[in-house]
Design a protein. Structure first.
Length: 261
């Protein structure tokens, strides 16, 4: 059994949350860390967590690659953290913009705003001793790592991690986690990442409802795909599947402090 460390349960694809959890359990995924992106998706995520608290672990986030989200929205999200901090698994997803910078009229201003927003969310994580789920792909990873260390954040994961090997090593050496998606089944970049990173520093996620290629092309995306990612991690690491799943699950519980729930 495994925990999906990153899923967008607020998406309309998962309108029937109980059925989604049933299908996940049928595929050996017994828990789902559900992330939000803005005030509206956070509310849906919190409601899902309240409905199924033993299976869904809610997070409150402010997505950095959503340039239309301004200070008013950020203030709403901050209030959600204050009001619900005792039942949150993490702040997330938050981070630094990357994909939205391409083609932007003023990417420097977008990055400046992104850094300021991340600082505000990390300040809340530090205040309430919450884990952080980071969206910081490629070149954004260095800045996100620096922000974590400046704020004294001890528990964080770089979700769907993509960065040069030296940056990945710095993240792992700092005690943080990186996660891989079902792309690890068919993409060499992700397989190389798994070879590089100790099993004790890895998580698996679905990032559902993101649609994947390869063997998943015609399959619905959901938290159940985290189990397939875990199987592939076990193969790459040349470890028994049960042993690898147990370690991946332990990693997720340690990051999100799930053992205390």
């Amino acid at each position: 059994m495994i925990i999906d460390s990153h899923c967008h349960l607020h998406d309309a694809a998962f309108a029937d949350v109980r059925e989604t959890v049933r299908l996940a359990v049928a595929h050996d995924v017994y828990g789902i860390v559900a992330v939000g992106c803005d005030a509206a998706s956070n509310e849906l995520t919190l409601a899902a967590g309240a409905a199924l608290p033993r299976a869904i672990y809610p997070c409150v986030g402010f997505h950095p690659d959503r340039p239309e989200l301004g200070d008013v929205e950020l203030e709403k999200v901050e209030e959600q953290v204050h009001a619900n901090q005792s039942r949150l698994a993490a702040i997330g997803e938050v981070g630094l913009p990357w994909y939205s910078l391409e083609g932007a009229a003023d990417p420097a201003t977008l990055m400046t705003r992104g850094r300021a927003s991340l600082d505000r969310m990390l300040a809340l994580a530090a205040r309430y001793d919450l884990a952080v789920v980071l969206h910081a792909p490629h070149g954004a990873a260095v800045g996100a790592l620096d922000a974590l260390e400046r704020h004294g954040i001890e528990r964080a994961v770089f979700h769907w991690h993509k960065a040069p090997a030296e940056v990945t090593r710095a993240i792992v050496d700092a005690g943080y986690f990186v996660s891989v998606t079902p792309e690890v089944v068919y993409r060499e970049r992700d397989r190389d990442l798994v070879e590089l990173v100790p099993l004790e520093s890895l998580l698996v996620e679905s990032d559902a409802p993101w649609q994947y290629g390869g063997e998943f092309t015609s399959l619905p995306s959901g938290p159940w795909l985290a189990a397939r990612a875990a199987e592939e991690v076990a193969k790459i690491k040349n470890r028994p599947i049960d042993e690898a799943m147990s370690q991946l699950c332990a990693n997720t519980c340690r990051l999100f402090d799930l053992d205390s729930r």
